[in-house]
Design a binder for this molecule. Structure first.
Ligand code: KG4
Ligand code: ZN
Length: 341
């Protein structure tokens, strides 16, 4: 199956052509960071205007790089939610128009499901079920039990900030540029992760939930204290990062002990974090199960992952090109809600 993927849920204008949910014949992403950086965060109105300006050429570009034509496609997969409404609407409207004009099937994909299938792009690895996914992005941090492409259940989540949000907010406290995750990752390489003992959220009873807002607040108070004002910023970054990684790996380990998992998957923008990747790989070796991470270009938002999910979810996410609506709060489950007018 040859699918065109379109992803505009946040600030990346992304398109891709993917064969059989595995081979990314093209993967185009126009990052808008330069437009948002001076505001220290994403400005929704700017994001949607940029999508309008960029998406037409991005679709053309993805097709050309894949040496494919609209007529050769087997369908069009688009992110229907969750995300910023103004941004989602641009991708959904374009996908509906392309599907209607070409008569090709339209697939409405949940952005988070896309992240979960990203590790199976260009990796030669096929999903074996059930697998456990640790999904960590700017908007979400959750543990997902994946019994099949059509049966995904959230078993643990953050109670407040997403892991990526904690990185972005802490980077701001440290005076680092937006987006903060990559900046902290780089700075932390020069620091000592054991320099400061920032608090780790402890698991409560049988819950697999996590929390990061207390950690961020504690870094804030520390930086305002006398000791903090003179502290080495690389040490603060490394110590903060170590605390996030500890909490994530702790909850992952607890979740993994509850099921006979064939693999674990790390995905979402924060999966690009070098320390988290190393800790995840070490954990996988200890636990004795394959620990899969997407290629860097498929970690952060991209359209190939949307096509990868649509390929596996098929008819369950088929949508009507005349009635599909973007849903900024699209629920993670049940599947196929996006396809219901
Ligand atoms: O998945 P994503 O591209 O967009 C959302 O759906 O949210 O994730 C973006 C998030 C941002 O918070 C960014 O700071 C974080 O991923 N991020 C990182 C790294 N690269 C991106 N966080 C930590 N370390 C990184 N290397
Ligand atoms: Zn994302």
């Amino acid at each position: 199956m040859l699918l065109l993927g379109i992803e505009t849920s946040c600030d990346d204008t992304a398109t891709a052509v993917v064969r059989d949910g595995r081979v990314a014949l093209s993967n185009v992403s126009t990052n808008q960071d330069a437009f948002h950086a001076k505001f220290g965060g994403i400005v929704p109105e700017i994001a949607s205007r940029q999508h309008v300006a960029l998406l037409g050429a991005a679709v053309q570009d993805a097709l050309e790089r894949a040496s494919a034509t609209l007529a050769e496609l087997d369908g069009i997969a688009v992110t229907a939610g969750p995300g910023l409404i103004g941004s989602l609407v641009v991708g959904v409207a374009s996908a509906k128009a392309l599907a209607f004009a070409s008569g090709k099937p339209l697939y409405a994909v949940n952005h988070l499901h896309g992240h979960i299938f990203a590790p199976f792009l260009e990796s030669g690895v096929e999903p074996e079920y059930p697998f456990l996914a640790l999904l960590v992005s700017g908007g979400h941090s959750q543990l997902v039990h994946v019994a099949s492409p059509l049966d995904l259940r959230v078993v643990g989540r953050t109670r407040d900030d997403a892991a990526g949000e904690a990185f972005d907010k802490t980077a701001r406290l440290l005076g680092l540029p937006f987006p903060g995750g990559p900046a902290i990752d780089r700075l932390a390489r020069e620091g000592n992760p054991a320099a400061f003992a920032f608090p780790r959220h402890r698991a409560e009873g049988a819950s697999l939930d996590m929390s990061f807002s207390g950690l961020k607040t504690s870094v804030k108070y520390f930086l305002e204290s006398r000791a903090g004002r003179g502290a080495n910023r690389a040490d603060v970054a490394a110590s903060f990062q170590a605390a996030v990684v500890d909490v994530l790996i702790d909850r992952l380990g607890r979740a993994a002990r509850r099921g006979a998992y064939r693999a674990a998957v790390l995905s979402g923008g924060v999966a690009a974090n070098s320390e988290l990747q190393s800790a995840f790989a070490r954990w996988g070796r200890r636990a004795g199960i394959p620990a899969l991470v997407p290629h860097l270009r498929f970690c952060t938002d991209n359209a190939a992952m949307i096509a990868a999910a649509a390929d596996r979810q098929g008819e369950a996410v088929r949508a009507d090109p005349l009635t599909l609506s973007a849903d900024p709060n699209l629920p993670f489950e049940p599947l196929g809600l996006a396809a219901t007018p």
